[in-house]
Design a protein around this ligand. Sequence first.
Ligand code: HEC
Length: 154
Amino acid sequence: MLMRWFLPLIFTLVLTSVISSATGSDDLPEGKGKDVFLKMCSNCHGLEQVTSVKNSKMQWTYVVDDMVSRGAEGTDEEVNAVIGYLAQNFGKPVNVNTATAKEIEAGLSFTAAQSESIVQYRTDKGAFKTYEDLLKVPGLDAGLVEEQKKNILF
Ligand code: HEC
């Protein structure tokens, strides 16, 4: 008697979880490099093994290089696109008003000189309030700032 509703229930639960894991890629943030990420990183393990981690760009570079040595396949351009996508969407947030130059350098992958400039700028002019404020810092690479946009806290 119990089995009559219990089995269909189990069946439904299993089916639902299979469907939701199959459509898991739809939860990924949109952005440049997403298609390459799906292509390059889903063959050997689930994408959630990747997206559950938060890393700086430097650390993602290390992870992706490691995966290439394990057999992940892509051109140099695709490798860079994946690193960019991961750094952008699964980065480590850094508060540019309170972090030290070293922390900015490690977290956001700006150069040492660029990170020093950020600290100098906020010391001279006060706290950054918006993303646009940050773009006024001399010597910042606009492309890299854009890539790190989601990881920058004020
Ligand atoms: C050729 C197979 C293969 C491909 C393709 C692949 N990986 Fe992996 N990945 C592995 C193996 C093997 C492990 C180790 C699994 C373990 O230790 O449980 C792993 C583990 C990981 C881990 C867990 C942390 C670690 O370093 O052990 C991350 C993060 C990761 N992969 C990211 C990626 C990314 C990003 C891509 C796409 C660029 C990718 N993987 C593509 C084989 C692959």
